[in-house]
Structures are given as structure tokens and as C-alpha cells.
Design a protein around this ligand. Sequence first.
Ligand SMILES: Cc1cc2nc3c(=O)[nH]c(=O)nc-3n(C[C@H](O)[C@H](O)[C@H](O)COP(=O)(O)OP(=O)(O)OC[C@H]3O[C@@H](n4cnc5c(N)ncnc54)[C@H](O)[C@@H]3O)c2cc1C
Length: 411
Amino acid sequence: MSIKSVVIVGAGHGGVQVAISLRQEGFTGRIVLLNDEEGLPYQRPPLSKAYLLGKIGESAMLFRPATFYAEQRVELIHDHAHAIDRTNRRVLLTSGGVLDYDHLVLATGAHNRPLNIPGAELAGVYGVKTKADADALSPLVKAAKHVVVIGAGFIGLEFAAVAAAGGAAVEVLELGDRPMARAVSPQMSDLFRSAHESWGVHFNFRCGVVALEGEAGQVTSVTTTDGRRLVADLVVYGIGVIPNVQLALEAGLDVDNGIRVNSALLTSDPAISALGDVAAFPCVQNGERYTRLESVQNAVDQGKSIVARLMGKAAPYVALPWFWTDQGALKLQIAGLSIGADNYVVLGDAGAQQMSVLCFRGEELIAVESCNRPGDHIYARKILARPPALTPVVAAAQGFDLKTWEAENRR
Ligand SMILES: Cc1cc2nc3c(=O)[nH]c(=O)nc-3n(C[C@H](O)[C@H](O)[C@H](O)COP(=O)(O)OP(=O)(O)OC[C@H]3O[C@@H](n4cnc5c(N)ncnc54)[C@H](O)[C@@H]3O)c2cc1C
């Protein structure tokens, strides 16, 4: 059956990319893009960085201006999909509306893991997920004197950097023993720890939170697992996300830490694809294990891959994962997945905050983390995309340079 109508649930990075790519690739049928947030679809990364700092405004975060949707005949509907009728290929909307589809794309993203502790409902306690969160936080972060950040992952540390730049005293609570431990090497954690400390951020490792206390409904302090009470007029948590699988689960699709898709990003129903933060796919770089990646690259590339299939150019999804985070003066870019790395080669100078860490699993280069060395990131992506890979012995040689090696070994 030829596809005449595509319904996309969720207008984040993945969903919008599908709509854009469909038209770019010449799809002439009906495209419906469901957005259950207010306003035009926007990018999330600036919410904890430039937008929160007031360095960019709302229009700079939009994927496309309003005219794009009209001109490209993308029906942007503000509504929430509450059920899928797979037998009749229909999506049921909260408003009571019904959308027929030939192909359905689930791009529902993820929500913040909630803080399930007493006091989490107090005013002054935030997760950062939506533009509405950032709009509420922005004036508070400028006024806050004592900020407690729960979780030393990307989002928590991006926020810590913003709060410290605004002059607040910042305490970071982290159950692990180093920053961003699940995502980066010990060497890169050390660089970021030193930088944050130089900005006035104070880390509390192997330390969790028991409760938040307040006065007149406003948070005033945080009690830690080691029995201390930290003064706080603003608390921000970044303790991971939970994929938005409810719709898929109730429709009877395979779900296990995300909507399960095959290497073509199809769910257990061949008329339904899923992508982005909500999708668990057999990831080549993770030994074909079902993996959920939370990154712009993943959502965008998966969107393009689904459209290629819908337009008759099917190919397995094999894109190299990459990610970035901006914290104060540090830009960290990661190419590849460092899961299982056991050997590291460091290039550059941690003291000068310009350093790359080459992460090997045995002899195999699996990821490169670059702080303020954008050239290394670009060459790392090229090298990781086409083995035979660089060995640790070659990388550790005096004067080794990724750009030169890439040029000399280009095939
Ligand atoms: C503060 C912040 C900073 C980030 N920084 C970075 C960064 O620096 N680099 C990076 O690579 N990534 C970053 N990310 C992650 C990146 O934004 C996500 O990986 C990406 O947005 C995932 O895209 P998605 O399309 O899967 O989901 P999303 O962009 O989350 O979009 C999903 C949309 O679907 C909607 N939705 C859900 N259910 C329904 C329904 N039933 N009906 C209708 N709509 C529905 C949601 O409300 C949401 O608008 C950041 C994320 C956040 C929150």
C-alpha cells in the first residue's frame, strides 16, 4: 500500500525532523504533526544553557518559523494523543478528534524522573524539561543566593554552571563519586570537577537527599543522606528521564525501557515507527543491545532514517552517536559510546581546559571525548565512522595528532 498520510506524535527534535525530511524527500501526502506543548516546536538544549542565561530569545530556539508549517503543508495540531486504534489505523486525541494514518511515527520523548521525597512539591523546586520550566526558572536563578543541584549529570551541571555564573552559592549532591560518571572517563570528570570548583561550585559526592524543607510553601533547605541540612532558596534536579511509553504500551506494542524497534526503527506493528528518546533500538555501537539514546543527533538521524525507509530507500540505522554539553567556558563533545571502555589515552592539556580522551575497549577505539578541542571531535567522528581503528599504542606516541592520523589513514 502506498502511504498517503503520516501522523507524527510529538513535535520535538525527532518528530519535527520527520516532517521536514518527508517534504525534502518529495513526500506529497498528508503530514500531521501533534504538539502537546504550547507554541511553536522548539529545541531543548538551550533551555539549560543559552536561553536560561538570557543569551538567546525564544525565536532562536524554534526549529522553523510559523510560515514553514503552512508553506510545507505540515498540519501542526496542538493536542495530545491519548490512544491508538491499530486495527483501524487511527489516533484518538484528548480533544475528541480522530486522525487516520497510513503510517504513524511515535516521537513522544521522555519526562524527568520525579524526585520522590518529602518536600518535592514545594515552590522553588524544579526539573528542566520544557520551555515553561526554563521561563519559570530564569528569573529565580538570577535572584537565588543558595542553590542546591541534585544530580551531577549533564543537565544538573549545565544548570550549576549557570547558577554559579549568576553569583549564587551552589551545592551539587551526587550519589556517585565523580561528575558525569555514567557518560565520561575519569580524566574528563576530573577536568570538569576542577573547573566547576573554580567557579565556586561545591560538590558532595556519595551523597543523596532525604527531604526538602520549607516555610510558607517555599523551599528553604535540603536534608542530605549524611545528615546535613543545606540552606536552599532554589533546588534543581536532574536525575534522569523516563521514556513516554504509555501510548505504545496501551496499544499493545513491545515496550521495555522504551518502545522496542528493529534496526529499521519499526515497532512490533509495521505501520508504526518510533524514534528518539522514547525508542530502544539494537545499537551497533553497543553490540546490538537494545539501547535508548537521549541526544539531538540520535533523534534527528533516526528521523531521517525513517523517512528514507518510507520513501523506499530502506537501510538499517547505524549512525555514529555523538553528544555535546556546554558548561561555563567548557564545551564537551563526545563521539561514539564509551560503554565498556578500559583504556584511555589523553591528548592536550587538562590545565588549559583543552583536552581529548580517546576511549578504548581493549585495542578498539570506541569513543572520543573532547573538551574545547572541536577539531579533535570532527576527526574523531570520521575515524570512528570507518574502522580499521586507531590503536592505543599509536595514539599514545609523542606528538600524536588526530587530524594528521585521519588524513594519512583516510580510505
Ligand atoms: C534541558 C535539556 C538540555 C539538553 N541538552 C542537550 C544537549 O546539549 N545535547 C543533546 O544532544 N541533547 C540534549 N538534550 C536532549 C535532547 O533535547 C533530546 O534527546 C531530544 O529532544 C529528543 O528528541 P525527541 O523528539 O525524542 O523528544 P522531545 O524533543 O522530548 O519531544 C517529544 C515531544 O512529544 C510530546 N508528547 C509526548 N507524548 C505526547 C502525546 N501523547 N501526544 C502529543 N505529544 C506528545 C512531548 O510533550 C514533547 O514535546 C537536552 C534535553 C533537555 C531537556
